[in-house]
Each structure stands twice: as structure tokens, then as C-alpha cells.
Write a protein that binds this ligand. Structure first.
Ligand SMILES: [Zn+2]
Length: 337
């Protein structure tokens, strides 16, 4: 897969804000200082880094409405936050300190090394200590050319008023549930139903969605470790129940197969006494230590069968039954049939 940086058209929501930034650049009205304010986790930093790319991309044509390429070295380094002309200031302890601001301002005496515009990204600008804010203010009053300050905050009222007045202000709003849902489906391959659930608890924040998704993934893993543990002793009714649970959500099956693969890979490593640091589920899944290597190999074959069946559009319920009964058979007999 070709690496692609986060460019404007990959950012969920904020279309009017982005249109405003594009227009400012295309009409040569790039302010030397901007204050991006709005709730946490909605993507202010991504917009700032995408703007930095659009200002500096070496492959961007000069045509209006052309965005950064997202693949050149400049774009990639800016997107990763490690370009030599990108200076990032963030709080050290409780505040952004005056020493940090002074250090950053030193490099402003020189022209940018490689970029058209040096970008000074100040995260949580409300955390600028008073002395640090005043030091920054001096620079904002007499800006050197080809430097663009991007200040981010979720508490604009806590930013020194004199700093605010020197900045072009851009307000970010919470993302809609539909936007977060779409992002989860396209960037994280969630099914629509799962994406809507996660977006529902995320309250318009991508960061919150990411956290909720991690929690969902964790509980899915734990759930399936538990199911696998009970397989050898489960009666047929219980096996059918588990198959029904798995087959009910076709788009969720690949996630479960991934988990199962990791569980039985662990079982195989355990059976040949690989040290536990190499295992995915270290402390959990103690029950796996009793499995023979042949059982693990057999189970992995049933998982591959299920994967192939998924691509051949086999009825998910049938696929799930074959898999669950196959895993049970493997754990008891250690043979693939
Ligand atoms: Zn580029």
C-alpha cells in the first residue's frame, strides 16, 4: 500500500473551514497567525497539518483548489510531524514554558530550510504560561516573512486576548454522528451498524470514537477467548448458539477470524515452549497450554476454511457452524478432517 498523508479531502467534516483555508492560500491571503478553536478530538491538528502540507507540497500544481499530493517527502514528513521546518510546541508539565518559546523563536531568525513556509504549531495554546505568551506576542507583532503560526485550543477564552486579536480565528464544531459513522466505515472498515454504535458514544469526537473502538475490540477479544475456552466441553446446543452469534453479523466475521487466528497461533507457540513475551494473549488463555501442536494446526486450518468460504459467499450461518464444530473437534482430537 502506498503511504498517504492526511490531506484535506481525507479529513472528515469541517468542509467550510477547509474551503476557507484553501481560498486564503489561493488568493495569497495566508495570515501569519491562525487560532483554531473548538472541541477536543474533532481534528484541529489534522486540519493544521494538512494545511501545512498544502502550503508546502512540492508536487502541488498552482491551480486553485489543488490540494497537497500527500505522498511526496515534504507531505509525509509534515503529516508525521517531523519536517525540519515544522516546529511543534506543546505543554511540558502544566504549561508551555517561556524557555520553550524562546528556543523555538531562535530558529525564526533564519529562513526556512526546505519549505516555502515554516509552520509553528502550538497545541493547547491556552496552556501558554503568561511569560511565554508575552514572548510569543512579540513575535506575532513583528512577524518574519514565510512563518505561519497555527495555534490550537479547545478553550479560546483562556488564550491571552492580545494573542487572540493577532490571529485569524477559525472555529471548529463537533462532528455530526453521520460524519463520524462514515469515517469509521471508510478508515476503520467497521460495518454500518457497528460504526453507528461507536459514533453514538463518541459525541462528535474522532478521538473518543477511536477509544470506544479500542474498547469494543478489547471486549470482542475477551469474549472470544472465553468462548474458545469452553469449546472442548460445550454441548451441541451451546455450539449452535455460538455459531449463531458468529453468523449473525457477516461483516464482523473477519474480525473474529483474526482473533481466533491469534489465539491458536499462541497455542502453537506455547506448545513448542516459546517464551511468553512472543504471545499475543500473554496472561489470558492459560487453557491453551494444554493443547497439542496438532490441535492448533488443525484449528488454524478450520479458520482458513472459514476465511475462504467468506470470499466464496457461503451462507454465514453454515460457515460459522463448520468453524465452531471444527474448532471443537480440533481441540479434542487434534486432527483436521
Ligand atoms: Zn506533496
Amino acid at each position: 500500500m502506498i503511504y498517504c498523508a492526511i490531506v484535506f479531502d481525507r479529513i472528515p467534516g469541517h468542509s467550510e473551514t477547509i474551503a476557507g483555508l484553501r481560498a486564503a492560500q489561493d488568493s495569497d491571503r495566508v495570515s501569519h497567525a491562525w487560532l483554531f478553536s473548538g472541541p477536543d478530538g474533532v481534528g484541529k491538528r489534522n486540519v493544521a497539518l494538512a494545511f501545512a502540507q498544502r502550503l508546502n507540497c512540492k508536487h502541488r500544481s498552482e491551480q486553485p483548489n489543488q490540494d497537497a499530493c500527500g505522498t511526496c517527502r515534504t507531505c509525509r514528513q509534515l503529516s508525521d510531524g517531523r519536517h525540519p521546518d515544522l516546529i511543534t510546541l506543546s505543554q511540558d508539565g502544566q504549561f508551555i514554558k517561556i524557555a520553550q518559546v524562546r528556543e523555538a523563536m531562535k530558529s525564526l531568525r533564519f529562513a526556512p530550510i526546505d519549505a516555502a513556509y515554516r509552520v509553528i504549531l502550538i497545541q493547547d495554546a491556552d496552556r501558554l504560561h503568561e511569560a511565554a505568551a508575552n514572548a510569543l506576542l512579540k513575535t506575532l507583532e513583528e512577524p518574519a516573512p514565510r512563518n505561519v503560526f497555527l495555534l490550537l485550543t479547545s478553550r479560546p477564552a483562556a488564550v491571552l486576548a492580545t494573542i487572540r486579536s493577532r490571529c485569524q480565528q477559525v472555529r471548529f464544531r463537533s462532528l455530526t454522528r453521520a460524519t463520524v459513522t462514515e469515517w469509521l466505515m471508510s478508515e476503520h472498515s467497521l460495518s454500518q451498524a457497528d460504526a453507528e454504535d461507536v459514533a453514538g458514544v463518541a459525541g462528535g469526537s474522532l478521538t473518543a470514537a477511536q477509544l470506544a473502538m479500542d474498547e469494543a475490540a478489547t471486549s470482542l477479544r475477551e469474549e472470544w477467548i472465553g468462548y474458545v475456552a469452553e469449546l472442548p466441553r460445550a454441548n451441541p446446543t451451546r455450539l449452535l448458539e455460538l455459531a449463531e452469534r458468529l453468523g449473525a453479523n457477516k461483516t464482523g466475521i473477519p474480525n473474529v477470524l483474526d482473533i481466533l487466528r491469534l489465539i491458536f497461533r499462541d497455542a502453537m507457540l506455547r506448545s513448542v515452549h516459546v517464551e511468553s513475551e512472543k504471545l499475543t494473549f500473554r496472561s489470558k488463555a492459560e487453557f491453551l497450554s494444554h493443547l497439542q501442536p496438532t490441535s492448533a494446526v488443525s484449528a488454524l486450518r478450520y479458520i482458513d476454511d472459514a476465511d475462504n468460504a467468506l470470499h466464496r459467499n457461503i451462507n454465514p450461518r453454515m460457515l460459522a457452524e463448520h468453524l465452531i464444530f471444527g474448532l471443537r473437534h480440533s481441540m479434542r482430537n487434534g486432527r483436521y478432517r
